[in-house]
Design a protein around this ligand. Structure first.
Ligand code: ADE
Length: 238
């Protein structure tokens, strides 16, 4: 089991964005408790000219600016020297889609997260440092910082001691190794038992846990078939 603290270094031009949303709720409490570490490094601090330039115009023309490889190389090398065992990640729309399986894997490592801005980063620095390239979806963000929040939030909630109940992790959408693997989550209900003329499904009040589980599995299957046929097809194959 994972017993080393989850430590992360974020390379960014906007360190003041952090911890941001990760300073609140579950991740924030875990951060205050010391269940994980977050450090930011300002990429601009590695610039060498008096204007602290980190980007330049693209060779071959075109719009936007590209982050310089020499500055990024110094920044990445410094981060690696601070955490030599870490996995380097670069956020980009061309990266591997972020999935719960990848989140599970990465939550057991230490991470250096490179957040790009502008049009991207000079390809040569990627060739040298070979980061794991990750996308959080088929759309274009203005930078990697929001993607870093997404990845860190998803990782931190899996860390030991962060979530109250292990059960709430094991039956949720995309969790593995149980009847609910690869399915969307079943619907949830709480008090009052009748609200706005609508009653909570009887089975949930029955106290019969086997029936409740059967009902929830059916709901999960039906929701997945209806809303995410792609996930349903994958589940059938696996
Ligand atoms: N940077 C810009 N767009 C992104 C995306 N969709 N995923 C990850 N990083 C990005």
């Amino acid at each position: 089991m994972f017993d080393q603290k989850f430590s992360t270094i974020v390379l960014t031009l906007f360190p003041e964005m952090f911890p941001g949303p990760l300073g609140h709720s579950l991740a924030g409490t875990a951060l205050k408790k010391g269940l994980w570490n977050l450090k930011t490094l300002q990429i601009r601090d590695y610039a060498t000219d008096k204007h602290k330039t980190v980007d330049d115009t693209p060779y071959g023309g075109g719009s936007g600016m590209v982050m310089r490889p020499d500055i990024l190389d110094t920044a990445i090398t410094d981060a690696k020297s601070q955490m030599p065992d870490a996995q380097l990640i670069y956020f980009t729309p061309r990266g591997a889609p972020l999935t719960q399986k990848l989140v599970q894997d990465l939550s057991q490592k230490n991470l250096i997260l490179l957040c790009g801005r502008f049009e991207g980063v000079d390809e040569r620095v990627l060739e040298i440092h070979k980061p794991l390239e990750i996308s959080i979806g088929d759309y274009v963000l203005s930078g990697g910082e929001i993607a870093a929040f997404v990845l860190l939030d998803a990782c931190v909630r899996l860390l030991p001691g962060v979530m109250g109940s292990k059960d709430s992790l094991s039956e949720e959408s995309f969790s593995e190794n149980n009847d609910f693997a690869g399915l969307l989550e079943y619907p949830h209900y709480t008090k009052p038992p009748i609200w706005n003329g609508n009653a909570v499904p009887d089975v949930l009040l029955s106290g019969n846990h086997a029936n409740i589980k059967k009902w929830r599995l059916l709901q999960s299957e039906n929701l997945t078939k209806a809303l995410r046929p792609d996930l349903w097809a994958r589940r059938k194959r696996e």
